[in-house]
Structure formats: structure tokens, C-alpha cells
Design a protein around this ligand. Structure first.
Ligand SMILES: *Cc1c(COP(=O)(O)O)cnc(C)c1O
Length: 943
């Protein structure tokens, strides 16, 4: 049996030799020497390994690695979790676990930038939005936020944008979750927002506020009628955001029904395991009038070329990739896979099913409260949903320990208070054991407090939530949706800058093990030694691979890693009394998140120009450095660049910034071109974020989850993120709700590194570079490659320039991207980072056969373009402009186009590759933005 690396890496030795031949080099090392600047390339040790990587363990097989991880899992304790605080145990329906979470058709897809071949997940996300809208009583919800705490922070900035008054004060209720308060505090500070935290049940304090944030139910379990506060806030010109628990919202009056402007929260308890903190889909919902202020992804309904309804991402111009430092938010990768899970959980249970679960959960809480009160234990709040707060003067620790003896984790609020949260997994026996821990037994039948079932509005009435209530129907619905999409299980996805590599089944297996999945992020450390040792090991490996000294796994996307890294830089400057350092230099080619993150960190963005060859313009950089000198906080540079090239001058660029006391942020999203060859922590970076969902095999999930660890050199270590509820972390600032972010998917990266080992990782990088250079060589004569390094090589991706072609023939990048779907391929990255171009990244996982098939498609498309250019086909009626072609569009009585139906659907014949039938034709995006619809359309629309 060959090594895992041979199964992860597509091209074998013969295939690599073929590629090297076309590239015109003798060996992979010669290729590396020609592509990378000599100064940064790591010299190999005597064992032939990259320095720093030599102490990584030797590669393990799938079975060995799984057995090692299994051992760690078994040292964890899966306790009954009644901790609450924003994380609740849930019973994931097996049909959803198997058909979504464990199904590559769902988890290997990318963000739906090519909507014509993403209709399945777009429909699922529209269901998610509709679910959130219905349960919160608001009109527009996005899909999705990274977690509840960051959703609260986004609610804050959204309200400040929306009030359109220059006020900088925000009122926050003291009963929001501690992690929510911490992230709000972190985000507020650099933006100059003053947070006033107080008990808002007494009304709004004196003074002017732009916004108010409360939670329903509160962290203490208290259910409060916030309608009076909302009225008061509105009278004073402030907006109100309510953190709403969606299960509770089946019973309580939802925020929209009492006039709230914004709702935020998490959908975790809708079938997504706690996973030691994540990933889960957070949500954010608003009234229609604030729709354009919503951050992140928003799915909307539009029409295709034949007038049929079709889904696509709406209002893209708000986003960081267009608006950069003026964007509504830096969010890019969201939590799509988990949003799909939550939406399908709601479909499977329906309105009555969810309500029944809520009644059961509430019933258990009532059982605990009555039992406690009968035994003379004080229950603090009269009105609660699932969480009972008990006052036990001086006995808190004793109660906690007694519950632990019975296998139950409760939440020790302080020495005198314990709170107990019920959830879908709570049983009558758990209730009895909890009561025993308090020295109580089941008590009276009726609770003296008010009934909390006050909701009168209907919800989840759309057929999406009534049709799929049996397992057969749900299984087929999920299959029919995923059949509409191109994910990695059907084709290579050559999206430049996204690194769509293999997500191996053995890497995915551990994430659903209950020892990892069913852990509360605030469980006692003694429950999770296995998880903690896996995390510590992964942190060590990542520091070795990057040449940095320490790493934080807290950020749950690349954008969040950028933000954390910039905060660390800022804190470092402040610690040295350099308060004036506020400028962030960013090359014009940078990813939009860079500028958006700098703006969020309160920095001023100064753009550095690029030269004709795509490299950073050193003269402009030097001029900007001279101009701003001691005001420079940082330079953010992506390496290799977003132009897909290893810039020669990277060391000089870093040095120039260091010379004036600035810090260098190396955006590590392109680390797939560096692992085992060069280390950013050694060639000039002070801090980098990595994208584990690019380089390190965490699947993209259709647009999330992600993990964006931030790695730093030792002088920045004290400024890494901390967490209010994780004693082992510092008390600096907090960027995610959970201490270790999306901890439950870290086993994927652990498995990858463990199975590849140092030699496998280096081979992967070299093969990725070889494959990109091979594509560049093969396609250059058809589509000129825009940028190469000094010796004619690209890095791990290449930009194909179509601007000349478009000018000469009228055929656009859009036409080529959509036409690729007819050939059965997902398009490359379109118009990023250069408008009018396609960026191709094949990755090491694609076999030479697949890469060749892609090249053949591109070459055949070029021949089609030439037929347009020569006038054989008119610009507005040819297979490119007509793409993609649905089966329906071809099965017509009268065919009126100048190309044949065979040319449309089988341009390279039937033997070429498996046919993909796009479910819709070219989608009109502008129409959808003009007629914004962001919830499930009535079924008649599809008639
Ligand atoms: C993907 C990417 C990011 C953003 O990462 P997310 O996880 O989507 O937030 C930032 N910079 C570059 C260069 C990237 O390619």
C-alpha cells in the first residue's frame, strides 16, 4: 500500500516528469530554484528535509493516524452538558449527518460565486435565511455569520451605520453572554465606540446612544419583555439589536414582533454539535430598510436568461472584495455547511416539531425549578425558557461537584450561584440527577412564574419546512439539491486563491466522533485532555511550518486572523508608547479582506502601487514609507502575491518597513506554495494568518467553515487573542465566541499533517507549483499568462489574461466561465485580482488527466472564441454567450441558433467526461438586486 501522500497528491512520478518536461526544467528542485527567490528558499538538512520540519513525526498511514487520534479522543469525557451559555447539546438527525456533514457533495463545494452551478446550496441557504426571518420576526437575514459573538459585533457596527447620526455610544445589557460582551468590547475599541454595560431592565441610562444590545433569554436564563426598552430607545433615536435563541423563539414573542431593528445569534442548537466551540452558523437579521447594511453573504432570488427563477448572491457591492476599506465588514468565508445543517434541521422538524422540542426543553427546566423551590432552594428568575439560575449561598462549588459526580456539567456562575440549562438531549433522569446534586427531588407540578409561551405569529409555513418530514423525502431533497452543484466530488475546481485540494475521508472521519463533537467549549479542562493535546500539537506543527514562535487557533476565518494579527501589532506598538502608528500599507493587488480588516482595526489604509509586472512598486513603497515613517503601523503583503508570483524583492520590502519601525503582516492564504520550501516567519514576517481551509485540507463547505490561525514571532506572543472564560489564555482581547474557535474541525488539519509528514508536505507544495506552471505553459499561447517571476515561473496559480480577447471578439470572462460548466468544469476565479482575467489554481491533488481535461476545455473554448472573432458566430448568439445550456433549453421544437445542440451540450463529444447539466441558464444579477427577494419564493414562481 503506498503512502497517504501518494493518494493525496494527484500526479505520480511519471506525470510529474511529463509536466516538468513541458515546463522545461529537469527537476522539482530546479523548478523551486527558478520560481522562488534564492534568499528565502530554505536549504535542506542532510536528511533532505526543510529546516524546522525535521522534527515533525514521520508520516503515518490513515489507520495509524486515526488510531493515534482515537487514543486522544478516548481520554476525553463526554459529560451531560447543562452549561448553556450559548452552547447546547443537540440531536443531529442521522439523515443530516450522513447526507450533509459527511457528504463530499456538500462539504467540498466552494462559495457560490458561480451561481448557475450552485443552485442546490443557494436554495439551502435561502431556506436558512427564511428560517431565521420567520423565527426572529424580521424581514431579511444573511447566510451566515461566523458565530453569535461576532454577529453581535456586526450588529453593533450595522446599527452605527444605519442610524446616520454621529453618536459613538452603545448600551449593552449586563446579561449578555460573557464571550459576546468580550467580542463587542474588542470590536468597539478601535472604532472609538464607547460601550456602556448595565442592567437594561431598568431602562436606558442617560445620554445619547446609537444602539442598544440585549439578549433573549439572557445569559442567566432570564426572559425579559424588552418592548418597553425598545420603545424608549426608538424615542431617543437609537436602534435595538436582540440576541435571540431560535429554539426559544418558537415560544417567546420574537424580536421583530416587539419592534426590534436587528436580531442576532447562533443556530448551533439546530442539529450542529457543540464541537468544543465550533464551527456553527451565526445569524443576523434586519428589517428590509437596513438590508443594504447587512454584512457578508446574502442569497437572493433573480431570474435566468429564460426568465426562470434562480438564486445567486445579492448586493455584492457591499462586500469587502469590492468596497475594501469602505466595506460593511471584513467577513468573507462564512459558515455555509453549518447553515445548511441548521436549515435542514428546521425543515426536518417543521414548525410543530421545533415547538414540541421547545416545550420539552422548557418542561425540563420547569421540573428543575419546581423541584428546587420545593426543597427551599431560591430560583432567581420567575420567567425562563431553558436555563434555571439557582442561588445557593456558599454552596456553588459543592453543587457543581455533586452534579459532576453524576456525570453532569452545570455552570458555576459564582460562589453563590449555579445555572442549569436544558436542551434537546436532556432527559427526565438528568433532571432527577441535577436535583439530587442540589439536595432536592422532583417537586410540585406548576411553576409560579408567568407562562413564557407568548408567541402568536406563525413561522416556517413555506413548503420548504413542511415537505421533507420523512427520512425518505429528506434524503431525496438533499440529493436533488447537491445534484445541481459542482463540488470537488465531480470535477476539479481551479479557483485561484482558494486552494481547492483534496479533503480526505480519513481527515474528515474524526470530526463526528462524540468525544470531539459533543464537548462544550467551557467544559472543565479535565473533560478534554485529548482535545487539548491535539490542539497543542497542531499549534506546534504550525509554528514549525511557518517559522513563527506561537500561534492562536481562535480566529474562525482568514479575515478574523487578519483582524487578530493587526490588533496584536497595534497592542505591540502601544506597549512601546508608539501611539501614533496608525497607518497600514497595502498593495493595490491585495485581497479585499486586508483593507477591510485594517479599517476594522481602526487603521488608515494607504495603498501601495504595483508595477507593470504585478510586483509591489518599490519606488512607490519607499515614497510612502518616507512620507509616513513613524506613523506606519504595518505593511500587509500576500506571499506569494495574489498575482500568483513569488516576488523577488520580498526581503527588501520587509526590511524597508522594519527600518522605520513598522511591522510586517504576511497574508498566508497562499501558504500552499510555501510549506516545506520557505517560512514567512523567517523571511521577514512578524505575523501571518493561515487558512486551514485552503492549505491544510479543511473543506470549504460551500463557503465555510474556515479556520484562520494567527501566527506571530515571539515579540507579539503576549498580544495574541485571549478569552474571558478560558483561564489558560491571556486576558488581551477576544475575536471569536469560543476560546479555540472552530475547534471540532482541527482534527482535519491534524490528520493531514500527521499523514503527510515533512516529506509529503514538501512534495505537495512542489507538485502544486509544477501543476500551475504546467497549466501556464499549456494555456499561454491561447490565453496569455499575465504575470510570471523573473525566471518565467508562476507560483501555485496563474492568471490568464482575457482582456485582449474581449476587446477583439466581445467574448468576456463571464462567457468563458459559464461555458466551462457546459464542459463539466467549475470556472477559475473570475476578475480577481485583475478585472477581465481568470486565475487558475490546480493544486497538487488533481491528477494530470484531470488537469489535461481542463486544458483541453480551455483550448476548445479558445477555438469557439475564434469563431466569434472571425464572424462565423455573432457576438450575441454563440455557444459562449448562450452558456450554460440547460437540457430544457436544448429540448425545443425549433432550434434557432447558429450552433448545433451537440456543440452546446457535448462540445468535445460524449466520451470526453461525465456530463454535468446546469440546472439554470445565465443568471441576471442586476435584476435580483433591483428586485430584492431574500426569502423562499412562493412555489408558484417555479411553475
Ligand atoms: C481567502 C483569502 C483571504 C480571506 O480568507 P477567509 O477565510 O475567506 O476570510 C484573505 N487573503 C487572501 C489572499 C485569500 O486568498
Amino acid at each position: 500500500m503506498p503512502r497517504f501522500a501518494d493518494r493525496h497528491i494527484g500526479p505520480d512520478a511519471d506525470a510529474v516528469a511529463t509536466m516538468l518536461d513541458v515546463i522545461g526544467v529537469e527537476s522539482l528542485s530546479e523548478l523551486a530554484e527558478k520560481a522562488l527567490p534564492a534568499g528565502i528558499l530554505d536549504a535542506l538538512t542532510t536528511e533532505g528535509l526543510a529546516p524546522g520540519l525535521d522534527d515533525l513525526p514521520a508520516p503515518a498511514t490513515e489507520e495509524q493516524a486515526l488510531a493515534e487520534l482515537r487514543e486522544r479522543a478516548e481520554s476525553n469525557t463526554v459529560a451531560v452538558s447543562m452549561i448553556g451559555q450559548g452552547y447546547f447539546d443537540t440531536l443531529t438527525p442521522a439523515v443530516l449527518r450522513r447526507n450533509i456533514l459527511e457528504n463530499p457533495a456538500w462539504y467540498t463545494a466552494y462559495t457560490p460565486y458561480q451561481p448557475e452551478i450552485s443552485q442546490g446550496r443557494l436554495e439551502a441557504l435561502l431556506n436558512f435565511q427564511t428560517m431565521v426571518e420567520d423565527l426572529t420576526g424580521l424581514e431579511v437575514a444573511n447566510a451566515s455569520m461566523l458565530d453569535e459573538a461576532t454577529a453581535a459585533a456586526e450588529a453593533m457596527t450595522l446599527m452605527q451605520r444605519a442610524v446616520k447620526r454621529s453618536v459613538n455610544r452603545l448600551a449593552v445589557d449586563s446579561d449578555v453572554y460573557p464571550q459576546t460582551a468580550a467580542v463587542i468590547e474588542t470590536r468597539a475599541k478601535p472604532l472609538g465606540i464607547e460601550v456602556v454595560t448595565t442592567d437594561l431592565r431598568n431602562g436606558l441610562p442617560e445620554g445619547d446612544f446609537f444602539g442598544v444590545i440585549v439578549q433573549s433569554p439572557g445569559a442567566s436564563g432570564c426572559v425579559t419583555d424588552w418592548s418597553g426598552l425598545i420603545e424608549q430607545a426608538h424615542e431617543r433615536g437609537a436602534l435595538v439589536a436582540v440576541g435571540a435563541d431560535l429554539l426559544a423563539m418558537t415560544l417567546l414573542t420574537p424580536p421583530g414582533d416587539i419592534g426590534a431593528d436587528v436580531a442576532f445569534g447562533t443556530t448551533q442548537r439546530f442539529g450542529v454539535p457543540m464541537g468544543f466551540g465550533g464551527p456553527h452558523a451565526g445569524y443576523l437579521a434586519v428589517h428590509t430598510k437596513h438590508a443594504r447594511q447587512l454584512p457578508g453573504r446574502l442569497v437572493g432570488v433573480s431570474v435566468d436568461a429564460d426568465g426562470s427563477p434562480a438564486y445567486r448572491l445579492a448586493l455584492q457591492t457591499r462586500e469587502q472584495h469590492i468596497r475594501r476599506d469602505k466595506a460593511t465588514s471584513n467577513i468573507c468565508t462564512a459558515q455555509v455547511l453549518l447553515a445548511v445543517m441548521a436549515a435542514m434541521y428546521a425543515s426536518y422538524h417543521g414548525s410543530d416539531g421545533l415547538t414540541a422540542i421547545a416545550h420539552r426543553v422548557h418542561g425540563h427546566a420547569l421540573g428543575i425549578a419546581t423541584g428546587l423551590e420545593t426543597a427551599g432552594v431560591e430560583v432567581v428568575h420567575d420567567a425562563f425558557f431553558d436555563t434555571v439560575l439557582a442561588r445557593v449561598p456558599g454552596r456553588g462549588e459543592q453543587v457543581r461537584a455533586a452534579a459532576k459526580e453524576r456525570g453532569i456539567n452545570v455552570w458555576l456562575v459564582d460562589a453563590d450561584h449555579v445555572s442549569v440549562s436544558c436542551d434537546e438531549a436532556t432527559t427526565a433522569l438528568h433532571v432527577e440527577h441535577v436535583l439530587e446534586a442540589f439536595g432536592a427531588t422532583r417537586g410540585g407540578q406548576h411553576w409560579r412564574g408567568p407562562a413564557v409561551h407568548t408567541r402568536s405569529s406563525e413561522f416556517l409555513t413555506h413548503p420548504a419546512f413542511t415537505r421533507y418530514r420523512t427520512e425518505t423525502e429528506m434524503m431525496r431533497y438533499l440529493r436533488s439539491l447537491s445534484d445541481k452543484d459542482i463540488a470537488l466530488d465531480r470535477s476539479m475546481i481551479p479557483l485561484g486563491s482558494c486552494t481547492m485540494k483534496l479533503n480526505a475521508a480519513a481527515e474528515m472521519e474524526p470530526i463526528t466522533w462524540p468525544e470531539f463533537a459533543r464537548q462544550h467549549p467551557f467544559a472543565p479542562a479535565s473533560d478534554t485532555p485529548g482535545l487539548r493535546s491535539m490542539i497543542a500539537e497542531l499549534e506546534t506543527w504550525l509554528t514549525k511550518l511557518t517559522g513563527y514562535d506561537s500561534v492562536s487557533l481562535q480566529p474562525n476565518a482568514g479575515s478574523q486572523g487578519e483582524y487578530a494579527g493587526l490588533l496584536a501589532i497595534q497592542a505591540y506598538h502601544l506597549s512601546r508608547g508608539d501611539e501614533q502608528r496608525n497607518i497600514c500599507l497595502i498593495p493595490s493587488s491585495a485581497h479585499g479582506t486586508n483593507a477591510a480588516s485594517a479599517a476594522l482595526a481602526g487603521m488608515r489604509v494607504v495603498v501601495v502601487a504595483c508595477r507593470e509586472n504585478g510586483d509591489v512598486d518599490l519606488d512607490d513603497l519607499r515614497a510612502k514609507i518616507a512620507e509616513h515613517a513613524d506613523a506606519i503601523a504595518a505593511l500587509m503583503i500576500t506571499y506569494p502575491s495574489t498575482h500568483g508570483v513569488f516576488e523577488q524583492d520580498v526581503e527588501a520590502i520587509c526590511a524597508a518597513v522594519h527600518d522605520v519601525g513598522g511591522q510586517v503582516y504576511v497574508d498566508g492564504a497562499n501558504l500552499n506554495a510555501l510549506v516545506g520550501l520557505a517560512r514567512p516567519g523567517k523571511f521577514g514576517g512578524d505575523v501571518s494568518h493561515l487558512n486551514l481551509h485552503k492549505t491544510f485540507c479543511i473543506p470549504h463547505g460551500g463557503g465555510g467553515p474556515g479556520v484562520g490561525p494567527v501566527a506571530v514571532r515571539s515579540h507579539l506572543t503576549p498580544f495574541l487573542p485571549g478569552h474571558p472564560l478560558a483561564g489558560e489564555l491571556s486576558d488581551t482581547y477576544t475575536v471569536s465566541a469560543a476560546p479555540y474557535g472552530s475547534a471540532s474541525i482541527l482534527p482535519i488539519t491534524w490528520m493531514y499533517i500527521r499523514m503527510m509528514g515533512a516529506p509529503g508536505l514538501r512534495a505537495a507544495t512542489l507538485t502544486a507549483i509544477a501543476s500551475a506552471n504546467y497549466v501556464a505553459r499549456r494555456l499561454d499561447e491561447y490565453y496569455p499568462v499575465l504575470y510570471t517571476g523573473e525566471k518565467g515561473m508562476v507560483a501555485h496559480e496563474c492568471i490568464l489574461d482575457l482582456r485582449g480577447i474581449t476587446k477583439n471578439t466581445g467574448v468576456t470572462v463571464d462567457d468563458v466561465a459559464k461555458r466551462l460548466a457546459d464542459y463539466g468544469f467549475h470556472a477559475p476565479t473570475m476578475s480577481f485580482p485583475v478585472a477581465g482575467t481568470l486565475m487558475v489554481e490546480p493544486t497538487e491533488s488533481e491528477s494530470l488527466n484531470e488537469v489535461n481535461a481542463f486544458c483541453e476545455a480551455m483550448i476548445a473554448i479558445r477555438a469557439e472564441i475564434d469563431q466569434v472573432g472571425s464572424g462565423t458566430w455573432p457576438v450575441d448568439d454563440n455557444p459562449l454567450r448562450g452558456a450554460p445550456h440547460t437540457a430544457e433549453s436544448l429540448l425545443v421544437e425549433e432550434w434557432t441558433h447558429p450552433y448545433t445542440r451537440q456543440q452546446a451540450a457535448y462540445p468535445l463529444g460524449k466520451a470526453y467526461r461525465a456530463k454535468v447539466w446546469p440546472p439554470v441558464r445565465r443568471i441576471d444579477s442586476a435584476y435580483g438586486d433591483r428586485n430584492l427577494v431574500c426569502s423562499c419564493p412562493p412555489v408558484e414562481a417555479f411553475a
